[in-house]
Design a protein around this ligand. Structure first.
Ligand SMILES: NC(=O)c1ccc[n+]([C@@H]2O[C@H](COP(=O)([O-])OP(=O)(O)OC[C@H]3O[C@@H](n4cnc5c(N)ncnc54)[C@H](O)[C@@H]3O)[C@@H](O)[C@H]2O)c1
Ligand SMILES: [Zn+2]
Ligand SMILES: [Zn+2]
Length: 361
């Protein structure tokens, strides 16, 4: 039987979110209904509310979540009722050209639930990133559920569902940071701070954290940054070069999403080094670089989608490292809030007051 639960809905462009009663259908073939325990507030939720992603209002927000599988539809074998899972937005298809070439972390045709959740009047909801987890329960494709060790608290586990995975993965997957590398991270919000953690995990010798906000720099230092740079006071490129023997860092991760910080990343990198773009720019932004420098400086310029993660490989591994005390994910939970606190959390995010506000259900 379809169920009625509470959900946080963005009704229209720029309008405040509201708690609505939503209808969650029983899972069909290949689907699962998950009882949500925790869901982090990500910048992308705010982008949806602002109409910055698309116009398919109303949106059911929330996509960085952990919970327990309640029921599964026909043919579901990968998860079962009672499993503790982190939700992902990369349920790989196994059929597209990326999957067939053995690169499922790029999957170009990821799965979401086929059925729609609705408002009480029958209006279909668009779940954020195919998840919609600011809700007591949500309907997803079973492949969007990744089982992890239930010893991890849900408010921590859920973080891997988006921003923290994107940041860690930018370092360990996309950037390929290795032992002894020098790494610079420009922008140390939730994403960049996670890149600091990823760089440390990968054995980087130097980790230079750069931000405009001293609170973010203090957090980055506590997570393992060996140097911090306040970009309001110092020239980023010169300072990174000074800190790396005059050469620049092997890997520079841009976690802001602006042309000027991308340009800094480009020049703060050693010859043959790697730039990883994590920040998401807006459509009007343009980048201008001398093509000769693109050639002459060599190396690679990469973008990181969701940290090039493979949820089935990366989520359980990172949760295990967390449980062993080797990955400080607790630092990312700035506050826990109730379902009616999402609008307030957007405000705090805007002022840089939090790494993550996490809704508890
Ligand atoms: N690639 C992905 O798959 C993916 C996933 C999630 C989020 N993102 C994107 O990553 C970016 C960062 O997300 P977040 O959650 O960390 O956001 P955030 O707002 O928490 O962090 C951004 C940080 O950048 C700092 N900053 C701003 N301008 C700066 C400048 N000129 N120099 C140095 N630092 C500066 C801010 O002080 C802040 O600490 C966003 O664009 C977000 O949309 C990408
Ligand atoms: Zn695929
Ligand atoms: Zn997100």
């Amino acid at each position: 039987m379809a169920q009625q639960v509470r959900g946080v809905v963005a009704p229209g462009k720029g309008q405040p979110v509201r708690i609505e009663t939503i209808t969650v259908p029983d899972p069909g073939p290949g689907e699962a209904v998950v009882r949500i325990q925790a869901c982090g507030v990500c910048h992308t939720d705010l982008h949806y509310r602002e109409g910055g992603i698309n116009d398919e209002f109303p949106f059911l927000l929330g996509h960085e979540a952990a919970g327990v599988v309640e029921t599964v539809g026909d043919g579901v074998t990968e998860v079962a009722p009672g499993d503790f899972v982190v939700l992902n937005w990369r349920a790989v298809c196994g059929q597209c050209r990326a999957c067939l070439r053995g690169r499922p972390w790029y999957c170009f045709d990821t799965h979401n639930a086929a059925q729609k959740m609705t408002l009480e009047d029958g209006t279909e909801l668009s779940p954020a990133l195919g998840i919609g987890a600011f809700a007591d329960k949500t309907l997803v494709a079973a492949g969007q559920c990744t089982k992890v060790d239930a010893a991890a608290p849900p408010e921590v586990a859920g973080l891997l569902g988006c921003g923290v995975m994107a940041g860690i993965g930018a370092a360990i997957n996309t950037g390929g940071v290795g032992r002894g590398d020098s790494v610079a991270v420009i922008g140390c919000g939730g994403g960049g701070a996670a890149s600091v953690l990823g760089a440390r995990l990968a054995g980087a010798a130097e980790i230079i954290a750069i931000d405009l906000d001293e609170r973010k720099l203090a957090t980055a230092a506590s997570l393992g940054a060996t140097h911090v740079v306040d970009a309001r006071e110092r020239d980023v490129v010169e300072t990174v070069r000074e800190m790396t023997g005059g050469f620049g860092a092997d890997v520079v991760i841009e976690a802001v999403g602006r042309p000027e910080t991308y340009e800094q990343a480009f020049y703060a990198r050693d010859l043959a080094g790697t730039v990883v773009l994590v920040g998401v720019p807006t459509p009007e932004m343009r980048l201008e670089l001398p093509l000769l420098d693109v050639f002459g400086r060599g190396g690679s310029l990469k973008s990181s989608w969701y940290g090039d993660c493979l949820p089935s490989r990366d989520f359980p591994m990172l949760i295990d490292l967390y449980l062993q005390g080797r990955l400080d994910l607790d630092a990312f939970v700035s506050e826990t809030i109730a379902l009616d606190g999402v609008e307030g959390a957007f405000e705090k995010m805007h002022h840089g007051d939090v790494l993550r506000s996490v809704v508890m259900l």
